[in-house]
Design a protein around this ligand. Structure first.
Ligand code: SAM
Length: 202
């Protein structure tokens, strides 16, 4: 597999992404160039049965781009890792599915999103889900420990996508699954678009 050299500064990109998603966490009613909250979840294909138990406050900062549970919910008792977990909506859905014998770990790099996710888990009365600060590029946690990794809208924000896949492979138990909800383009991206950091942060 070849690694492409991407002409944006990775640290600068992370700063801009954090600023952007901090606002989604703290001011979900602001206008963004993407949909957020319950309406966004409905638009990207979440069945009502997945989200009807979530209050408006809990779902307000949802910023996913599709539905990783399209491929199925985790089984009771499984351990799930949600990379780029944001305000925790997918982690909460997974925590309800795995039940008290299972466990869900959300990882995100934006402190305001982590605060929102922890508050949301508390509102839902869930104690089988935890949120850790970290980068997908350097996932915290033991190798070979996860049955299901889910991601919703984070891979398109990352420069080192191959590195992210390697981290996921390291975290998964043999036979584990990776359910990705993300944005793909089917045309080559121009060099000028690749250098435009504002297009990355979207
Ligand atoms: C589009 S939002 C989606 C959040 C959540 N998955 C959801 O569906 O609502 C992307 C999230 O990924 C986080 N993120 C972006 N790049 C990251 C990275 N390299 N490592 C960890 N988190 C990252 C952002 O802080 C943000 O919370």
């Amino acid at each position: 597999m070849t690694s492409e050299v991407i002409p944006v500064d990775e640290d600068q990109l992370r700063v801009e992404i954090r600023n952007h998603y901090a606002e989604v966490a703290t001011s979900p009613d602001h206008e963004f160039h993407f949909h957020t909250g319950r309406e966004a979840a409905r638009r990207v294909g979440y069945d009502e049965s997945l989200i009807h138990g979530l209050s408006d406050e809990v779902i307000a900062s949802f910023a996913g781009v599709a539905n990783p549970f399209h491929f199925g919910l985790p089984e009771s008792g499984e351990t799930v890792l949600d990379i780029g977990s944001g305000a925790g909506v997918d982690s909460i859905i997974a925590a309800k599915a795995v039940g008290p014998k299972g466990r869900v770990i959300g990882v995100d790099m934006t402190p305001e999103m982590l605060e929102a996710a922890r508050r949301n888990a508390e509102r839902m009365g869930l104690d089988n889900v935890e949120f850790r600060e970290g980068l997908v590029e350097r996932l915290p946690g033991e190798p070979d420990s996860i049955e299901l990794v889910i991601s919703n809208g984070v891979l398109n924000l990352m420069v080192d996508k191959h590195g992210a896949y390697k981290q996921v492979a390291r975290a998964l138990k043999p036979g584990g699954r990776f359910q990705i909800a993300d944005i793909c383009v089917d045309k080559p991206v121009s060099e000028s678009a690749k250098r435009n950091i504002d297009l990355w942060t979207g």
